[in-house]
Write a protein that binds this ligand. Structure first.
Ligand SMILES: [Zn+2]
Length: 311
């Protein structure tokens, strides 16, 4: 895929942001991480679950029904962080529950969620599992995953009790899809955000960089990779779980802290995911992925999945 140089606003040399998957998060374990980001002028995107689930979660975490947690998230929003959607709650929700979750989100934050990421345990995920892929790539994915969960995800299937594709299209602008190891996410997917005509209920998809836990995040944001991101005038959307090892035993991970402080000294554009994607859309126009672009992106992600195994 050809590399495309973007001119960043205000003479900035590159862009960096984070989409934080809320799994296992609480004020106790991610509060200090957000203080560090804010103190260094790095304003990112934090996802939430608006509703406290009725069932025991496989992977839990705090929800907006906890008043203390909600007050803290609202403060983040006031400070300049983006609040995003991670499904209605941490387990599967039927159509009306998802709508209820979206409405609660609106009540809490005064806007519909502009961006979202599917939560692995939720069967109402939209175009997820094998549905992320097309044609031969889908076949290959099913062989690779031995057909597990073959029709598990159903949020995009009309008339299914879990269907909410129409609400997704109505309320949400950006949905996260493929994840790559490259710190320069934009180099891997230069045409993002993009619409995929085969997946009409998502307005625009975006790609991310693999940084699921503190180790992979620190690797992706190493000194060398920071310098390369800057040299390439690139953009990084790190996909992470800030509850996964960034703050343990009362301390922020030292390496993470020093990497963030180093990054903050650079002339980068540190804005939330949706702000970055809005800007890319202004620059690139509303991209509609062609069949060959889609095929190449899917194949590249499959190779990544074989190597890394996650997301
Ligand atoms: Zn999740």
């Amino acid at each position: 895929m050809e590399e495309k140089k973007i001119t960043w606003p205000d003479g900035k040399l590159f862009a960096f942001t984070v989409f934080d998957d809320t799994d296992l998060s609480s004020v106790e374990n991610v509060g200090s991480v957000y203080s560090l980001l804010r103190d260094n002028g790095i304003f990112t995107t934090k996802s939430v679950w608006p509703i406290k689930g009725q069932q025991k979660p496989t992977i839990g975490g705090d929800t907006c029904e906890n008043p203390e947690y909600l007050a803290w998230v609202k403060k983040l929003q006031t400070d300049g962080f983006e609040i995003a959607f991670h499904n209605a709650t941490f387990h599967t929700s039927a159509r009306m529950e998802t709508l209820h979750g979206l409405q609660r989100f609106y009540d809490y934050f005064g806007n519909w969620p502009k961006s979202m990421a599917n939560h692995a345990d939720c069967q109402e995920n939209i175009y997820w599992g094998q549905h992320r892929l097309t044609g031969l790539n889908k076949l290959f994915y099913n062989i690779l995953t031995r057909g597990k969960r073959i029709n598990f995800y159903r949020g995009h299937i009309e008339n299914d009790p879990l269907f909410w594709g129409d609400y997704c299209k109505q309320y949400i602008t950006y949905v996260r899809n493929f994840v790559f190891e490259d710190t320069n996410t934009l180099k891997q997917c230069p045409f993002m955000p993009y619409h995929d005509p085969k997946r009409p209920y998502v307005n625009f998809w975006f790609a991310s960089t693999e940084g699921a836990n503190v180790q992979s995040f620190n690797n992706a944001l190493s000194e060398k990779n920071q310098d390369r991101l800057e040299a390439e005038s690139g953009a990084c959307i790190m996909y992470t779980h800030f509850a996964d090892g960034f703050y343990t035993d009362g301390h922020i991970d030292k390496k993470f802290e020093s990497l963030i402080k180093r990054l903050a000294k650079k002339n980068g554009w540190f804005v939330p995911v949706s702000t970055l994607l809005d800007y890319l859309r202004e620059q690139n126009g509303d991209c509609v992925a062609t069949s060959s672009q889609r095929r190449a992106l899917e194949r590249k992600w499959l190779l990544h999945k074989i190597r890394v195994g996650t997301t």
